[in-house]
Design a protein around this ligand. Sequence first.
Ligand SMILES: Cc1cc2nc3c(=O)[nH]c(=O)nc-3n(C[C@H](O)[C@H](O)[C@H](O)COP(=O)(O)O)c2cc1C
Length: 431
Amino acid sequence: MKLKDIKALASVQGPAGSVPERLARTCFSVEDMRKLAAKRLPKSIFEYIEGGGEDEVSLRRNRSSFNDWSFLPKWGSVENFDLSSTLLGGPVSMPVTLSPTGGTRLFHPQGESAVARAALAEGIPYGLAHLSTTTMEDVSAAAPGLRRWFNLEPTSDKGLLQAVLDRVSNAGYEALLVNVDCRAIGHRERDYRNGFTAPPSIKPKTVVEGVLHPAWALRFLANDAIAFPNLDAEVPEGPLASSPDMWRTLLAGSYEPTDWDDIRDLRERWNGPIVLKGVVNPNDAALAAAIGIDAIQVSNHGGRQLDHMAAPMDVLTDIVERTAGRLEIIVDGGIRRGSDVVKALALGADACSIGRPYLYGLAAASEAGVAHVLKMFRAEMTRTMMLLGVSTIEELRTEGRDLIRHRNEAFTGTPPVIPEAPLGREEMRTP
Ligand SMILES: Cc1cc2nc3c(=O)[nH]c(=O)nc-3n(C[C@H](O)[C@H](O)[C@H](O)COP(=O)(O)O)c2cc1C
């Protein structure tokens, strides 16, 4: 072999792409990205992403419930493969959305703007948290063509509500993603043990964590302080960021208890689509449909709120049955693979939403990390659907129930149509 042949084999060109892109490409799964994020973030910040309420039973069940379902691929050709679909009356390049996450700039200073750009590039919607660390207007400016949804923390103060709705509408958000699982804040004990506060307060432990993660610490110190600017205009005393116990102030103070009347009132005030986020009770799903809510996000808040709240995959079929196509169904919680999305859609969901996976991407490799996570979901969905024998999202949703089985259930699939006179061996050989 000549030297030039060896050179050709050994790929002597420098690696392509920016440092974050190259880092992202070292990950072959969301789990790889999670490990990379764990290395790059201080422990207390990483555990703020990871943690769940109390004993974290819901958090674990969100993952394990996917393993209770197995695929029954069908044989046949897969032609004109297409992952695109529609959601809330608009197009999506794949049926995946990005769920709202408060405090996103804690993980990388590009925060919500980077997430929004990655979602725009991939052609999927992004739900911005009411408690985002970038203003809703700045996120709009960062990704003007993005399908943007606003994650509203509901209030029964109608003056305050209308002011928020006007601002959200002026900033170009097409839909409201209304939380109905946050009457109190879940007891995330990892955060208490780690002394985590949002925004982070400087304690000896924080300094040690910063020294151990200098890249994160330098970025954190060089950028704007973490604040919750969507609330500034709403709270006369000034940014809630200055409050040591921001969450409780928010919930016990300006946000009063809300009920179905407030949701009905919201339906009248807001012309665009409304999604109720945090529904797992099939009766609540039916009530939402009855008052003209467009969609529900079946979710236990990623296991962060009420512990032992049902995992979405454990209640999905009941909800699909009770709502009978009267609203759209988005599922979130524990979705880490394209195959998880395929399972939820096979059971009748319209789309799935992810939280932690894109935060791992952001923490590990900024915008390139989020983009890489979305590419992995696309590739995994494509592979899973091809191996399952389905070509489109529509086909998956209509035939899916015959292609998936719960480990404790008998097979309920529709029997196949068998040709009346099957060809014999000899006839099959005849051209
Ligand atoms: C760090 C973090 C912050 C979150 N903040 C919010 C929030 O402000 N509003 C909200 O409705 N959900 C919030 N969630 C929940 C997500 O929107 C979503 O329901 C959940 O993360 C989905 O589960 P997954 O992380 O397993 O994908 C947050 C989740 C995480 C991990």
